[in-house]
Design a protein around this ligand. Structure first.
Ligand SMILES: *[C@@H]1O[C@H](CO)[C@@H](O)[C@H](O)[C@H]1NC(C)=O
Ligand SMILES: *[C@@H]1O[C@H](CO)[C@@H](O)[C@H](O)[C@H]1NC(C)=O
Ligand SMILES: *[C@@H]1O[C@H](CO)[C@@H](O)[C@H](O)[C@H]1NC(C)=O
Ligand SMILES: *[C@@H]1O[C@H](CO)[C@@H](O)[C@H](O)[C@H]1NC(C)=O
Ligand SMILES: *[C@@H]1O[C@H](CO)[C@@H](O)[C@H](O)[C@H]1NC(C)=O
Ligand SMILES: *[C@@H]1O[C@H](CO)[C@@H](O)[C@H](O)[C@H]1NC(C)=O
Ligand SMILES: *[C@@H]1O[C@H](CO)[C@@H](O)[C@H](O)[C@H]1NC(C)=O
Ligand SMILES: *[C@@H]1O[C@H](CO)[C@@H](O)[C@H](O)[C@H]1NC(C)=O
Ligand SMILES: *[C@@H]1O[C@H](CO)[C@@H](O)[C@H](O)[C@H]1NC(C)=O
Ligand SMILES: *[C@@H]1O[C@H](CO)[C@@H](O)[C@H](O)[C@H]1NC(C)=O
Length: 564
């Protein structure tokens, strides 16, 4: 009996070639106690508890230390997901796919044996209607003293700096020298991001989000990326996969099965060059072939050419593929998947690797040769089919007649670009207070740079403009690149009220008080002007602020008057 058993085992051993037996993933998931697991590979490992992964071993040390670690949460810290089980859901010869289950959905870590980091994604099952949904790392601040985004790179301000300063607003402090400390300085336009993270001399922790189609919002969507936690001092690396910052409305219902990701969380020795190189490789590998998800792999493409109704090509227009038949602004859309690009100088555009489905195509001017265009383009019922190219051919975009324009200040591009103080950086707390209380712009002699990017102080901004021939009727268009409630203005034409900018008719967005200086939630206000309101010769428009709250007001995109 014993001999037979031995022979049988030997036969099995001979049948399985040595290479195949060796081809078992070295990456692992181990349950080490009640709701505690260790997962990782030979390079790193993480200890995951019911809510927080509070240990990250990498390069010989625990890189979480006294910080909170890794978690997934929605609508603030009260809603951190609780993991009820963990399993290896799938595996290959050199990788495992670990699935953590919470009642809201499943969080996956795809761990390759030789990868310093992991691909991660979340599959929704029962998330509530929400605005904010994120994954994040709160890491050891000695290992990760610096932060890097595509627009900001430097040492995260020390916790001591916060302790010595006066809190003036949520997450905003004023130092003795008058300057401000705020986490919102570390915000960025999410769709422009190449890579970001926190790093030091020994280690770096990075996020690469190629594709970005699971993010909410359009080209102007901004989010907080990294920061110093102002209570504990943790180095924070956010992954705001559905954000609420710098927009008026973000409340979405998600279908069971909506997938965020996969993105790559990547560890290295702190080298930004290495991170940049890896980020490029990830972008090139997107959509990931290894991700065996039918809906994820089912993609098609689109092309078209946008032509303005006056015959000009829609040069450089912002193009957005978003929700079909939606009443939300392109920035506020967020339940599904979104794609962005810009048209070329001929108005041509194309987008590849779009998840199949029914979308709407939206376009708006992004300055340059079509900075005068105030209208937008929308076409519903744009169907993307698997492996197919949806060729929309020539698309006509209705615009108003340029020759009826009486004046225009600033490019119509949903951004403050070109105005005084609009740069050099797109975020700075309190910069809006540096714009003057009173200002006069004279059409014909003043330049866009004489108008300031934002208005938030009691006072009057006047536009003096000549009219040669009074039109039978006109329209004043006030385009705001952003608006925060608390400051209101009356708009007067030759001392007669024609409109207003008020909290009574515009909902709040965090734009101006959270330090956005380039863009926020775009608003379009149109005020009719009668023939009697205008006169031949010099006329004057006043934007008169009569109620002001500190740091609250609006970002200017453009203001223009045209005959209709
Ligand atoms: C496991 O932990 C949970 C929550 O911390 C607790 O309610 C439960 O009693 C624990 N179970 C065991 C077997 O220790
Ligand atoms: C995790 O890494 C640490 C440090 O390298 C090591 O001591 C520990 O054994 C690892 N844990 C597992 C479960 O492999
Ligand atoms: C997770 O559990 C904690 C502690 O029991 C609880 O406070 C929290 O609300 C739970 N999170 C969710 C999303 O239910
Ligand atoms: C790092 O965090 C500790 C608390 O864990 C805090 O005392 C210290 O000030 C922080 N360091 C920095 C540079 O913020
Ligand atoms: C798309 O929107 C149009 C309205 O513009 C509507 O008639 C149509 O049913 C929608 N299609 C789908 C698939 O939802
Ligand atoms: C938009 O449409 C939804 C239903 O699709 C409705 O609940 C909501 O009130 C509408 N919002 C606005 C601003 O019209
Ligand atoms: C298009 O422009 C109209 C006003 O002309 C505006 O009400 C609407 O919100 C814009 N649509 C988008 C999707 O930007
Ligand atoms: C703005 O102009 C008004 C009216 O002339 C004047 O009362 C006010 O002092 C001016 N504000 C500043 C800051 O100069
Ligand atoms: C402000 O303007 C809006 C139109 O943009 C109008 O509906 C509203 O009545 C005005 N409010 C006041 C107080 O003038
Ligand atoms: C703006 O002027 C109004 C009315 O004149 C006044 O009540 C308010 O305090 C002023 N606000 C600021 C910030 O000066």
């Amino acid at each position: 009996m014993g001999v037979l058993k031995f022979l049988a085992l030997a036969a099995v051993a001979v049948a399985a070639p040595v290479e195949e037996r060796a081809k078992k993933p070295k990456s692992f998931l181990k349950e080490v106690g009640n709701s505690t697991w260790v997962l990782g590979n030979q390079i790193w490992n993480v200890t995951q508890n019911r809510q927080y992964a509070n240990k990250l071993f990498y390069k010989g040390s625990d890189r979480v230390g006294k910080a909170v670690g890794h978690y997934v949460s929605y609508n603030g810290a009260a809603s951190d997901l609780n993991w009820t089980s963990a399993v290896i859901a799938d595996s290959g010869s050199d990788w495992i796919n670990v699935k953590f289950t919470a009642k809201e959905g499943d969080f996956h870590w795809v761990i390759y044996d030789d990868l310093p980091g992991a691909y991660q994604y979340f599959v929704n099952h029962a998330l509530p209607t929400l605005g904010e949904f994120r994954t994040l790392w709160r890491l050891d601040n000695a290992s990760f003293p610096r932060g890097r985004t595509n627009i900001k790179d430097g040492v995260l301000p020390a916790l001591d700096e916060y302790r010595g300063a006066t809190n003036v607003q949520d997450e905003t402090w004023q130092k003795a020298d008058g300057s401000f400390l705020t986490k919102y300085d570390w915000s960025a336009f999410v769709r422009d991001m190449d890579f970001y993270g926190v790093y030091g001399d020994e280690v770096g922790s990075w996020y690469f989000n190629p594709g970005k189609d699971y993010y909410n919002g359009d080209q102007l969507k901004q989010e907080l990326m990294v920061h110093r936690e102002s209570k504990t001092g943790d180095a924070v690396q956010l992954n705001m996969i559905h954000g609420t910052h710098y927009q008026a409305l973000s409340r979405d219902v998600f279908a069971d099965g909506k997938v965020w990701g996969p993105w790559l969380w990547y560890l290295n020795d702190g080298s930004k060059d290495d991170a940049a190189k890896r980020a490029e490789e990830e972008e090139g590998a997107w959509p990931y072939k290894w991700f065996e998800d039918k809906a994820y792999q089912s993609r098609g493409k689109i092309q078209g050419k946008l032509i303005l109704s006056d015959g000009r090509p829609a040069a450089g227009a912002a193009v957005f593929l978003g929700d079909n038949n939606s009443n939300l602004s392109t920035l506020d859309q967020g339940k599904d998947y979104y794609y962005t690009t810009y048209a070329d100088s001929d108005g041509k555009f194309d987008i590849h690797d779009i998840r199949t489905g029914t979308y709407a195509l939206y376009a708006w001017g992004n300055g340059g040769k079509i900075a005068d265009v105030t209208t937008n383009f929308t076409q519903n019922e744009v169907v993307i089919r698997e492996g197919k190219n949806t060729n929309l051919k020539d698309l006509t975009w209705k615009v108003t007649d340029k020759k009826d324009r009486i004046f225009q200040i600033g490019d119509f591009d949903r951004k403050t670009d070109g105005f005084k103080l609009s740069g050099p950086t797109p975020f700075e707390h309190g910069r809006i207070s540096k714009c003057p209380a009173n200002l006069t712009y004279t059409v014909g002699t003043s330049k866009a740079a004489d108008w300031c990017f934002g208005q938030a102080l009691n006072g009057t901004w006047s536009i003096v403009f000549p009219v040669k021939a009074v039109p039978s009727a006109a329209k004043l268009t006030v385009s705001l690149a952003g608006f925060s409630q608390g400051t209101s203005a009356t708009v007067l034409l030759n001392n007669v009220k024609v409109g207003n900018i008020t909290s009574a008719s515009l909902v709040n967005s965090q734009d101006t008080y959270r330090g956005a200086t380039r863009a926020g939630e775009w608003r379009l206000l149109e005020f009719p002007v009668t023939k009697e309101g205008l006169k031949q010769g010099d006329n004057r428009i006043d934007v008169k602020v009569e109620k002001a709250s500190q740091w609250r007001g609006w970002l200017w995109d453009s203001i223009l008057l045209e005959g209709i």
